[in-house]
Write a protein that binds this ligand. Structure first.
Ligand code: FAD
Ligand code: SF4
Length: 523
């Protein structure tokens, strides 16, 4: 008879089942009824410094993941399952997966290890090494979360140009979503993006997200005392994100009732009055697998079927989850590990210092960055057309940009963060994910937001006193990369516009950009 670290009596050989912090899927077949009677299984969850330290994370991200893991472990225990949970400050915690697994394998007399596929290449590689070091048979199973198995996407995506639109249509057909009886898209169109690009002027009123205020101060003490470095406000006493499946489900229902109807129309809008507008705020619950993508889609479809949501809106929402979310994962797994080093424009600049505190005179960036530091959240257009757009125009190193996005957002896991950042936002992959770089002058930002009217800079000026940096940097970016971008048929118009600008004016714009690039920390 042996005794485990947590006091459970062990008299048989056991199988360790490792559950990662983003594998909190209680619908996984590991937890099906037949499995629950198996006394030889020990479910293992661990809070380790190797996960808190590979990048500087937002405090809410570390707190949210650990709190959700603890809640998940408790739910398994309540269901009668055997769980070994290692807290960040446990004395025997070796602070990495490999060393902890070796310890537990000995302690529990383990005959094998089972684990779900890791979504991050970094972790998958690390766990393969850990398994080798363990020297036990290892079984790797699907995480049963995504809508296309990883084996299928490798075959479909490697070395081929795939566009999201066709991938998305295929998945709509496969899952029979928003199709008529002939298998054609409802309403005759696959895409209603044109109807979904409105500016928001305060009406209809933007809803609050589902109100949560969990007291996680004890957990925050554990994290802080362990010496983990984080950024941003932990909000530990009134933690606003879901950490249990029941909360995630309530959050989703609240969004479907209160936000979804206007999601489509205002999905590209930005406003000083609301940093969340009609966005769902479900990415943390989805990415930790507390929610399943089909469950989210079905909840939204129920609103459409009840006549409370328009076709353009429901299509726009389904496209994000069935389309973009699955697509970026496909690109990631088909293209890693080379993808992580892509740097199409050979950009090398550091991120401006104000990315870390939001203290810039550029009102749009100030709002987006401060909001991210306070809430670990910015919506898609803030990420793409403000922080991402600026970093690209300023020639920032994609490694630095990646690290920033991977740290700051509560929903940031590499499989989804990297293709969005390096691919969609920085075009560092040279067009694998998107067909052109997402760049803009102040014109777009002014059209889609109210930021410019209260800004130190003037959206209408391209050079001179108070000229908006987005304007000159936009042209500087296109001028310095003309050789590679001019051939892109989707950007031809931009170069035609540039040619129409008089030579003198062009020189003033480029000189303005040069000045901004050398004084970037003071902008
Ligand atoms: P909503 O706007 O309400 O959309 C609903 C859901 O659709 C999201 O929860 C998300 O699951 C899915 N979705 C929408 N757009 C995308 C997309 N482009 N890629 C993948 N899923 C999408 N998303 C992450 O989940 N993690 C990240 O680390 C991340 N990093 C990003 C970095 C950059 C530079 C950019 C431009 C986008 C990034 N995104 C990331 C995508 C997107 O911005 C977030 O999914 C979204 O803002 C999450 O908020 P929400 O739940 O309110 O989304
Ligand atoms: Fe942003 Fe330029 Fe508008 Fe200021 S003027 S809010 S910097 S786009």
């Amino acid at each position: 008879m042996q005794r485990s670290l947590q006091g459970t009596k062990i008299n048989t050989m056991t199988c360790l089942r490792l559950i990662l912090g983003d594998q909190l899927n209680n619908k996984h077949s590991w937890f099906a009824k037949a499995e629950r009677t198996r006394a030889d299984i020990i479910y293992v969850l661990m809070e380790v410094r190797s996960e808190t330290d590979y990048v500087v994370h937002h405090a809410q991200k570390v707190l949210g993941i650990f709190a959700a893991m603890r809640a998940f472990a408790q739910a398994l225990r309540d269901a009668g399952l055997r769980v070994h949970y290692m807290k960040i400050n446990d004395a025997d915690n070796q602070q990495d997966f490999s060393a902890n697994l070796q310890l537990l394998a000995k302690q529990y007399n383990a005959h094998s290890l089972e684990r779900q596929e890791a979504d991050e290449y970094r972790l998958e590689t690390l766990l393969l090494t850990a398994a080798r070091q363990l020297g036990l048979p290892v079984r790797v199973v699907d995480s049963e979360h995504f809508l296309m198995p990883r084996t299928e996407l490798r075959a479909r995506f490697s070395n081929k140009t795939n566009r999201m639109e066709y991938f998305y249509r295929d998945l709509r057909k496969r899952y029979n979503i928003l199709l008529d009886t002939q298998g054609q898209p409802l309403g005759g169109q696959w895409n209603y993006d044109q109807a979904n690009r409105k500016r928001w002027n305060g009406t209809p009123e933007a809803p609050q997200w589902y109100p949560l205020a969990e007291d996680l101060s004890a957990l925050w003490q554990d994290i802080a005392h362990s010496g983990v470095t984080t950024m941003g406000d932990p909000m530990a006493e009134r933690f606003p994100w879901p950490i249990k499946r029941s909360q995630a489900k309530a959050w989703l229902a609240h969004f479907c009732r209160n936000g979804l109807a206007h999601f489509g129309a205002f999905q590209d809008a930005m406003s000083t009055a609301s940093g969340t507008l009609f966005h769902a705020g479900i990415s943390f619950a989805l990415n930790t697998k507390m929610l399943h993508p089909l469950e989210v889609i079905n909840a939204a479809l129920a609103e459409f079927n009840a006549g409370r949501v328009s076709l353009a809106t429901i299509e726009g929402f389904v496209r994000q989850i069935l389309g973009w979310r699955e697509f970026v994962r496909a690109i990631y797994w088909a293209r890693m590990p080379a993808y992580a080093n892509s740097n199409f424009f050979h950009h090398t600049a550091a991120l401006p210092r104000w990315y870390w505190d939001g203290n810039t005179k550029m009102h749009c960036l100030q709002r987006a960055i401060k909001q991210s530091l306070t809430g670990a959240y910015a919506h898609h257009i803030q990420r793409l057309m403000l922080t991402g757009n600026f970093a690209l125009l300023a020639g920032c190193d994609p490694d630095a940009v990646d690290a920033w996005y991977l740290g700051i957002y509560i929903d940031a896991f590499e499989w989804v963060e990297m293709p969005n950042t390096r691919g969609m936002s920085q075009y560092a992959d040279g067009g694998i994910l998107g067909s052109k770089p997402y760049t803009s002058t102040a014109g777009y930002i002014n059209k889609m937001s109210d930021y410019c009217k209260n800004c130190f800079y003037k959206a209408s000026l391209r050079h001179g006193d108070g000229a908006c940096p987005f304007n000159s940097l936009y042209w500087h970016f296109h001028a310095r990369h003309a050789k590679v971008l001019q051939k892109n048929p989707r950007i031809g118009m931009t170069y035609m516009q540039w040619q129409k600008i008089a030579d003198d004016e062009q020189q003033l714009i480029l000189a303005q950009a040069e000045h901004y690039l050398t004084t970037i920390d003071q902008l």
